[in-house]
Design a protein around this ligand. Structure first.
Ligand SMILES: *[C@@H]1O[C@H](CO)[C@@H](O)[C@H](O)[C@H]1NC(C)=O
Ligand SMILES: *[C@@H]1O[C@H](CO)[C@@H](O)[C@H](O)[C@H]1NC(C)=O
Ligand SMILES: *[C@@H]1O[C@H](CO)[C@@H](O)[C@H](O)[C@H]1NC(C)=O
Ligand SMILES: *[C@@H]1O[C@H](CO)[C@@H](O)[C@H](O)[C@H]1NC(C)=O
Ligand SMILES: *[C@@H]1O[C@H](CO)[C@@H](O)[C@H](O)[C@H]1NC(C)=O
Ligand SMILES: *[C@@H]1O[C@H](CO)[C@@H](O)[C@H](O)[C@H]1NC(C)=O
Length: 448
């Protein structure tokens, strides 16, 4: 088995201090300071489906001759259970990676992760030409490498591998551009996560050039350097299959002269914490999920017929959006706004309502509406402690839950009408006489 592990790493490592810890319940094994002498420690990782190598020094193996595995080695690699391998806190010489990557073709590893790694130098990727790998998901988090620009040849050697990938993420890695030719290699990619980088409006235009990422369903550009809503729209316009787009944590402004239309396939759109003072238009017309929380919106008055979930917490709204404009809505979040009262009648069909930390005007009907929603379990976890009355003065600072809303106190009509009827019935023949002498009663009953 040792041979298999060694081959997997592509290294003949020998050194002290390292050790592997296997967690059986999670099928997760972590090896610290991946090295040589204690290589036997890795055997405890053999039942694991996730193996993590943290720390160590790969640089000294750059000159190590690595030959192709012989048939008995490939049988052993094939028998490994590893599904996911994480390399963390490592300096990775690219020349080594280029030689080792091919070994994965004999394994069943589907997910490869590089976390806190520095890629050094340039490798020769020719050996990978035409090589298929079982890897479907490739993740880089907080990695540093030479710029991608000008490396088209390297990437095209990897085209068989990259063309089969389904998920790619490159997060928190100061990525400022993605050449057009690179995107065109990812012909099967479904999900691309580029959160926490430095992508600007212009770099986006080339990244999503014609033919790039033709199958992309989900794209996250969270926390980048995007500023123009419409330029972003124009950049992603060619992604015909795009369903989920996350632009949260960028500072977006509108360019009213643009008439860009978002891909019609878009279902979920995240504009949370995007510096919005108003709802930007156009919105993708067939959205099902829209997140515009953590902005500075004063009003939301939009119509989206297929919308199911609307997140508007942490804004400056004074009223709920017009719920009748969203016939399919089931979730509405309005925490931390400036809303004094809500249209409870329209909201009672929603499955999930959150409206904590608003300055409620605790009239009978308002408090009663909230209490009724809470009673059927529709209010989230903020109830009751985060639902407070702001007015009228006698309830200010009290919990909405504590406002008395009995029939007698809330709805005098409900009390007066039955009394009038009873009176009329009881009085019987005497009613005529009663009415003649006290005409005010009739008027009161009519009013009620
Ligand atoms: C394995 O992981 C589980 C879940 O994270 C944890 O509760 C447990 O303590 C871990 N076991 C060991 C031996 O570390
Ligand atoms: C790994 O090596 C680093 C420095 O080389 C050391 O600080 C760290 O404690 C080692 N970790 C383990 C688990 O041995
Ligand atoms: C990112 O990775 C580098 C090593 O490449 C490490 O020194 C740094 O602490 C990491 N940053 C974070 C936020 O983890
Ligand atoms: C973000 O974009 C602005 C202007 O588009 C530029 O001046 C700034 O340097 C960019 N920041 C980063 C981190 O790339
Ligand atoms: C939108 O993005 C934020 C992070 O910026 C995240 O917390 C939130 O859950 C996302 N919204 C949806 C609906 O996924
Ligand atoms: C409302 O905002 C305050 C201050 O930012 C925060 O402490 C509180 O948790 C928020 N309430 C909800 C329900 O998110």
């Amino acid at each position: 088995m040792n041979v298999a592990v060694l081959l997997l790493l592509g290294l003949r490592l020998l050194e002290a201090e390292g050790r592997c810890i296997f967690n059986r319940t999670q099928e997760h094994c972590v090896c610290y300071n991946l090295s040589q002498e204690n290589i036997n420690s890795i055997t405890q990782c053999l039942p694991a489906s996730v193996v993590e190598f943290r720390g160590g020094d790969l640089e000294k193996y750059v000159a190590f001759p690595i030959s192709d595995p012989d048939p008995s080695d490939t049988v052993m690699l094939d028998s490994l259970l590893f599904r996911k391998i994480i390399f963390g806190d490592l300096l990775v010489p690219e020349i080594l990676l280029a030689q080792v990557l091919k070994f994965f073709s004999y394994t069943h590893v589907q997910e490869l992760v590089f976390d806190n790694c520095v890629f050094e130098g340039r490798g020769n990727w020719d050996r990978m030409a035409g090589q298929d790998l079982p890897i479907l998901s490739l993740r880089f988090h907080n990695v540093t490498s030479a710029t991608l620009t000008g490396r088209e040849q390297d990437f095209s050697s990897l085209s068989s591998f990259l063309g089969a990938l389904q998920e790619l993420s490159v997060t928190a890695s100061r990525l400022a551009s993605l050449p057009c030719a690179v995107g065109r290699l990812f012909t099967a990619l479904r999900s691309l996560d580029m959160a926490q980088n430095s992508l600007g409006d212009e770099s986006l235009t080339s990244a999503f050039c014609s033919g790039a990422f033709p199958q992309l369903r989900a794209l996250s550009l969270q926390h980048n350097n995007l500023t123009s809503y419409h330029s972003t729209c124009e950049s992603v316009q060619l992604l015909r299959e795009l369903q989920h787009l996350d632009l949260s944590q960028n500072k977006l402004t509108a360019d009213p002269s643009s008439s860009c239309q978002w891909p019609l396939s878009l279902r979920s759109f995240n504009l949370s914490d995007a510096g919005l003072d108003e709802v930007l238009t156009p919105l993708p017309p067939t959205l099902e999920v829209l997140d515009m929380s953590f902005n500075h919106l004063h009003a939301v008055d939009i119509s989206l017929g297929s919308l199911k979930k609307l997140f508007l917490s942490q804004n400056l709204l004074q009223a709920a959006p017009p719920i009748r404009n969203y016939p399919l809505l089931d979730t509405l979040h309005l925490d931390n706004n400036s809303i004094m009262g809500l249209p409870w009648d329209e909201m009672k069909n929603l499955q999930d309502v959150a409206a904590a930390d608003n300055p409620y005007m605790c009239s009978c009907s308002e408090a009663g509406g909230l209490q009724a929603l809470a009673a059927v379990g529709r209010l989230g976890q903020g109830w009751p402690q985060h639902y407070m009355c702001h007015a009228p003065p006698q309830y200010r600072g009290k919990l909405v839950e504590d406002v008395p809303v009995s029939v007698l106190q809330c709805n005098s009509a409900a009390v007066v009408v039955p009394i009038c009827i009873a009176l009329v019935l009881i009085a019987g023949a005497g009613a005529v006489c009663l009415v003649r002498s006290r005409p005010g009663l009739i008027r009161s009953c009519r009013r009620a």
